[in-house]
Design a protein around this ligand. Sequence first.
Ligand SMILES: [Zn+2]
Ligand SMILES: [Zn+2]
Length: 350
Amino acid sequence: MISYDITEWGKSLQQSVREQPQPVGSEVLIRIKYCGICHSDVHIRDGFFDLGGGKKFHMSERGMKLPVTMGHEPFGTVVAAGPEASEAPLGQDVLIYPWTGCGTCARCQEGMDNWCPTPRFLGIQKPGGYAQYMIVPHARYLIDASGIEPEFAPVLACSGLTTYSAARKLMPCAPHDWIVVMGAGGLGLMAVAMLKALGHQHIAVCDIDERKWPAALALGASQVINPAQDGAASQLAGLAGGVWGVLDLVGAESTAQLGLASLRKGGRYVVVGLYGGEIPVSLVPMAQRALTLQGSYVGSPQELREVVALAQSGRLQRMPTTVCPAAEISSHLDRLKTGDVVGRMVAHWS
Ligand SMILES: [Zn+2]
Ligand SMILES: [Zn+2]
């Protein structure tokens, strides 16, 4: 089979030809049809995330050994199963929950694989969908996404799940309350669509790239603001009723500072984006303003089932999605790195 692999940190992916994997035990083999190309793969290919203050989070220190086959938004057909995977739906097309844990720790037993202290995420620690075939450790990670267009479904496993889990952390939320979405990239646009699908009305989107504004407005944002312009903070502060919640899909010092400053008393700031940086947090005003500062990282298998059900109900608007041949994955990662992409990219295996 063909895969596109990181063979050297920071370099283009290389095509390799290798044996098709065979499922053992509870494992399931998937023939990939589509796999979303995610912005976080840009960082993984580079080999590190910037933590701010000169600190870096190196993938090599987190159990990643080269070569690595990325691709954590896979969708495909179940083609084989190990002897302990009798419940595997052979022949069916499925969406794959990629944020798999060790399967045995307390978090995994609770169904919170994404909080497992020893993650075995597919497409990160384990081979993913930038390959013709991939192994999934257990059939419980396969999700029936019938009724959803197969090129849209992969987006649900990462940006869909991530924004759903983050938005849920702002609920319950009154309809008149404002939620600010920082960033109108793939995650930001999905956050707007997700908030609308969850019935929310008052959404303001902040992005310095005004070319991304029409897509945000089309998905249901009621305000767009350029955070780099003078007056952005007072525009946010002037939203009637105040800002209840911020979903920061960028996660930079500038967005965190603006986001936290814009919150009304009792407000919640949820950081999701991994751009990197750090901010000083003044504790007294945090207490006096009764703020909540929370992180959110992907979501659980149950939350992905809820996202798929939301998409199947027709309430979640389809994201602008561009399909490309799998051979172009690396060049699209280059484009994501320069920010030259509106909406999501999905690789297709023919
Ligand atoms: Zn992703
Ligand atoms: Zn675990």
